[in-house]
Design a protein around this ligand. Structure first.
Ligand code: ME8
Length: 521
């Protein structure tokens, strides 16, 4: 197998500051956090970026509605997203705001690179624009709403815009984009989403308006400050800003990280990331991203999340009700990553009480209590291993390579399926080997069985750290695994638990959820 590159760069969308964070925002950042933690534990040099998208008409309008200047408004609302990152224990290395000077510099430099290569020209835009989506639409895409309003396919209201504008020659990039998708079949994942993008690009691309003149909350176009840049050109550039663009010299952060960049986004903004963004980059002479992964959409108890329905769930409500690791686990396990999913109290409780309390928690609890009672509260001493022992340990040792392959394609749910298959193997092994019965008849064999189980749990807990950092850490504490032996490099027999190591008194790690009330009910 070819060695994985040493550096790894992963990004979330930068969120609009007109909204307070909800579980949809937490979801994308959580998925990035899990992958970033996995890669760090696997010895990679990781950059994990998130942040806020603070310019544009939508934010300017929200600020005006709140009666504050846009900068004061964005300062306040951006903080909510930083607080969310802390509350969810996101391990981002950087938090970018598009109102920062470093970002203005990068965005203007990208514009100048595009202009210097003849990719931008001046004209007039006359057409439909949806402020909610910050997107342009063609007349044939729209439907008629009440009162003669025009409605975008996303449901957003459109307004007619006519103003001088700079255009990006997107139409000239159709063939090169298609060639890129063809040559890099995993550039867009999942495959179904890739096919949608390919069909869209095949149907023909029009040049894209990339500046506005009718409001001023944005980054001025270099040399023509009556124009501010289209908020999506501004926003997408954040991924470059954070690696120090326009410095692309050998040894720069751009040089180290850019080629391996992975963008995780919701399906709503795939087109911006998989069509416009690689076209902007190639047009500026820069490499397109390595991967764009579009995940699905969360609904709440079967309904779309919306302020008017009053069913928007704040991430801290879930954390307070169910616990942080439980929330993180549920969001990553419940829905195949890439598919749409539904949050329900019932589904959450089933995961907490089934997968966590009964399966993983009970395994840890019964093994560690038997060790505490019958092995002198120390790691037991194994004797000769049977086939069943080898099989269990073998499945635990195979986990890392198999998990890597799933994380490589962002199949977070399949990674957890693999881990839980071994949890299941270990629980079956406990039942079959019945170590409690061996206590009197064959204490040596009991020691071997409990050792194999403890060693399997060590593997499981090291591997569940990216998803459940707190609980996994507590399990590793219960096994007296030192902090410098918790990376994936320790998933080898030479780092196995040392017989005789004293262990602390076991304590339950995954409580059952007993309160049946839904949050907010
Ligand atoms: O689009 N289910 O920002 P945004 C799953 N600023 N994910 C959801 C979700 C839901 N119900 N609701 C939101 C923007 N998301 C731009 C991005 S990037 C250069 C600029 C997540 O605040 C999902 O990741 O509207 C979606 O793509 C993103 O929030 C949209 O965030």
């Amino acid at each position: 197998m070819a060695a994985a590159p040493a550096t790894f760069y992963i990004t979330t969308p930068i969120y609009y500051v007109n909204d307070v964070p909800h579980i949809g925002h937490a979801y994308t950042t959580l998925a990035c956090d899990v992958i970033a933690r996995f890669m760090r534990l696997d010895g990679r040099d990781v950059r994990f970026l998130t942040g806020t998208d603070e310019h544009g008409q939508k934010v300017q309008t929200s600020a005006a509605r709140a009666g504050v200047a846009p900068q004061a408004f964005t300062d306040r609302v951006s903080q909510n997203f930083r607080d969310l990152a802390r509350a969810m224990r996101f391990s981002n290395d950087d938090f970018i705001r598009t109102t920062e000077p470093r970002h203005k510099r990068a965005t203007q430099a990208l514009w100048q690179a595009l202009e210097a290569r003849g990719e931008i020209y001046r004209g007039t835009y006359a057409g439909w624009y949806a402020v909610r989506d910050e997107a342009y639409y063609q007349p044939e895409e729209l439907t008629d709403g009440p009162d003669g309003r025009k409605i975008a396919p996303t449901g957003a209201d459109c307004e007619w815009v006519e103003e001088p504008s700079y255009f990006f020659r997107l139409s000239a990039w159709q063939d090169r984009l298609l060639a890129h998708y063809e040559a890099n079949p995993d550039f867009i994942l999942p495959a179904g989403k890739r096919n949608e993008v390919v069909a869209f690009v095949r149907s023909g691309l029009r040049d894209l308006s990339v500046s506005r003149t009718t409001f001023d909350w944005g980054i001025p176009v270099p040399g023509d400050p009556a124009h501010i840049m289209y908020v999506w050109l501004d926003a997408l550039t954040n991924y470059l800003t954070a690696v120090g663009y326009p410095d692309t010299a050998p040894g720069s952060d751009y040089d180290r990280y850019w080629a391996g960049v992975h963008h995780l986004v919701g399906k709503d903004i795939l087109r911006f990331h998989a069509v416009y963004w690689p076209a902007f980059l190639m047009a500026a002479g820069l490499a397109p991203p390595r991967r764009v992964f579009a995940h699905g959409w969360w609904t709440i108890e079967g309904q779309k999340m919306s302020k008017s329905l009053g069913n928007v769930i704040a991430p801290h409500t879930l954390v307070d009700t169910y616990g942080l690791d439980q929330t993180r686990y549920f969001l990553m396990r419940e829905v195949p990553f890439g598919n749409d999913g539904d949050f329900s109290h019932r589904a959450m409780v089933n995961r907490i009480n089934g997968d966590l309390a009964n399966d993983y928690g009970n395994l840890v609890q019964r093994v560690l209590s038997m060790v505490a009672k019958n092995c002198g509260a120390a790691v037991p001493t194994p004797d000769a291993r049977t086939d069943a022992d080898q099989r269990l340990l073998g499945s635990a040792r195979d986990l890392l390579a198999r998990s890597r392959a799933e994380i490589e394609v962002q199949a977070l749910h399949r990674f957890l399926d693999l881990v839980w298959a071994v949890v299941g193997d270990a629980n079956r092994y406990v039942d079959e080997q019945a170590p409690w019965a061996l206590r009197k008849t064959d204490p040596v064999r009991m020691g071997t069985v409990l050792y194999c189980l403890a060693e399997t749990i060590r593997h499981l807990a090291i591997l569940t750290q990216p998803v459940m950092p707190d609980a996994s850490g507590r399990i590793l504490d219960l096994l007296a695994v030192p902090p410098d032996r918790r990376g994936f490099a320790a998933l080898t027999p030479d780092h196995a638990l040392a017989p005789g190591t004293p262990l602390p008194a076991p304590a339950p790690v995954f409580p059952r959820h007993v309160d049946d009330a839904a949050p907010g009910a």
